[in-house]
Design a protein around this ligand. Structure first.
Ligand code: G16
Length: 513
């Protein structure tokens, strides 16, 4: 694999979660190497360690990708996404690096430190050499964690910048922090029963095995899709959420809780069998579960300001449910970085994308107020969630803990509200940049006239809602539709998908269900 960029190579853009693309089309090597340079320069600028994760998460096994994290484990700040894009597309790499050093006032003698991690994709190991090469070229050192989940990389990057010495940086820190918090919360409970975890044939099976072993006294965790099949193929959180069906390898039984993580274990969805039918509990449901718990425990007199951040993909029924309880909601653009940012406006910000990506943020003021109000249980929950980024396993423990604290079964959780029938489709077009959106992606600006035609399709449908947006991780346009019945929803989604296909230079076969 070449780590150099050939002149005239097509331009790439730092997207929803970094750079993503095919691993074997000759581009990913230089993209990852240059992301190593970006992460190193960012580290030199801040005088703190940054993180670099090699993964394409929910995308198919033949893809790969890379993203940079900030010192406290958040996603790269937007202003540096632009720098990353410029640096990655530069014909003259040295000149671009010099420009960034000058513009960002980076000391020429400074050295950086980049915490490096990768998932289990066959291409990831070689790409980590590309990253290391870029990091060295940018006068910095790398601390290679090897194969880790994305949230582990975020968490350990945070740890190294908050007092943990480099020589003590170990995955055991991650496991002990979250298992200890879970054991503390559940110390008075009996065994919580059976939980089957679909690991998407990805890195999640390594983390899953650790949690299963460390928590065996409290919950009986059984792992499936542990690397014996193809990554993300007919399994994992994205497959389960999009297809609204169980993954391969699950002979589902009534009375058992099931969940799926995605290829790099930063998303989580739950499901179970009810009267022989598959029932999905997605990111919206996780947010509603945690928000319901917080509201019940905080009570009316609390000074803690909390709310839920969602995206346009949130099922309308979940938003209505939260409003009916008087819980504040905010809608942002897709991408954890946008939700995370909006969640910081609350003392406690619960943020989840419908696809299962999210976490709960507690700011300093929240911790102070909770201490004053004697909310020890919620303070314990704050230690159980990975506040650096959405983390499938920490979220799974949070769900298990909150169900226990509320004394709820999975049936009680499912009874919170009934989802409006919904469907997510993909449309391939010649150039997805032709789709321009605004208003938290709920309004389409270009191609001209598309939004008006979409509105006309939605208008006659009871409880109809639909929007279109270009994916930031796949070369497709996503079409979301919701309606009062499954039949109306299917019709609306197919009509809107065809509208996009016709108005935006659709490629290949026309969309069909
Ligand atoms: C990434 C982002 C998520 C986003 C998803 C899909 O997830 O981290 O915030 O929802 O991509 O984004 P898009 O619709 O733009 O393709 P992951 O799990 O792939 O890292």
């Amino acid at each position: 694999m070449s780590f150099e960029r050939a002149a005239g190579t097509k331009q790439v853009k730092y997207g929803t979660a970094g750079f993503r693309g095919p691993a074997n089309d000759g581009q990913m090597g230089f993209i990852v190497k240059r992301s190593g340079i970006t992460a190193a320069l960012r580290s030199r600028k801040l005088g703190k360690a940054t993180g670099l994760m090699i993964t394409a998460s929910h995308n198919p096994v033949q893809d790969n990708g890379v993203k940079v994290t900030e010192p406290l484990g958040e996603m790269l700040v937007p202003s540096w996404e632009g720098l990353a894009t410029n640096l990655t597309n530069a014909d003259d790499l040295n000149a671009e690096v010099e420009k960034i050093i000058k513009d960002e006032e980076i000391c020429s003698s400074s050295e950086g430190l980049v915490v490096l991690g990768r998932d289990t994709r066959p291409s990831s190991s070689e790409l980590s050499y590309a990253a290391a090469e870029g990091i060295i070229q940018a006068q910095s050192r790398s601390l290679n964690l090897g194969v880790v989940t994305t949230p582990q990389l975020h968490y350990l990057t945070y740890k190294i910048n908050t007092g943990t010495p480099v020589f003590k940086l170990d995955l055991d820190l991650y496991y002990s922090d979250f298992t200890n918090a879970f054991l503390e919360i559940t110390k008075n409970s009996a065994n919580l029963g059976n939980l089957v975890v679909d690991c998407a044939n990805g890195v999640g099976h390594l983390a899953g095995a650790q949690f299963a072993k460390r928590l065996e006294s409290k919950v009986n965790v059984k792992l499936t899709n542990v690397g014996d099949g193809q990554l993300n193929h007919e399994c994992g959180a994205d497959f389960v959420k999009t297809g609204q069906r169980a993954p391969v390898g699950s002979e589902m039984e009534e009375g058992v809780r099931y969940c799926s993580v995605d290829g790099d274990a930063d998303r989580l969805v739950y499901y179970f069998l009810r009267n022989g039918k598959f029932f999905l509990l997605d990111g919206d449901r996780i947010a509603c579960l945690i928000a319901t718990y917080l509201q019940k425990r905080l009570g009316e007199e609390t000074s803690v300001n909390f709310g839920v951040v969602q995206t346009a993909y949130a099922n309308g029924a979940s938003t209505n449910y939260l409003s009916s309880l008087g819980i504040k909601t905010v809608c942002t653009k897709t991408g954890v970085k946008h939700l995370h940012h909006a969640a910081l406006d609350f003392d406690i910000g619960v943020y989840f994308e419908a696809n299962g990506h999210g976490t709960v943020l507690f700011n300093e003021s929240a911790i102070g107020k909770l201490e004053k109000e004697g909310q020890t249980e919620i303070l314990a929950l704050a230690k159980l969630v990975n506040q650096t980024v959405g983390d499938a396993f920490s979220d799974m423990l949070a769900v298990e803990a909150v169900l226990h604290l509320l004394n709820w079964s999975i049936e009680d959780w499912a009874a919170m509200y009934s989802d409006y029938p919904n469907r997510l489709m993909k449309v391939k077009i010649a150039n997805r940049a032709d789709i321009q959106v605004t208003n938290a992606e709920r309004t389409c600006l270009a191609p001209a006239g598309l939004q008006e035609k979409l509105d006309a399709l939605v208008a006659p449908v009871t409880n109809g809602r639909s929007f279109v947006r270009a994916s930031g991780t796949e070369d497709v346009v996503r079409v979301y539709a919701e309606a009062d019945t499954a039949e109306n929803c299917n019709k609306l989604s197919i009509d809107v998908a065809n509208l996009v296909y016709d108005m935006a230079n659709g490629q290949g076969d026309k969309p069909s269900l």
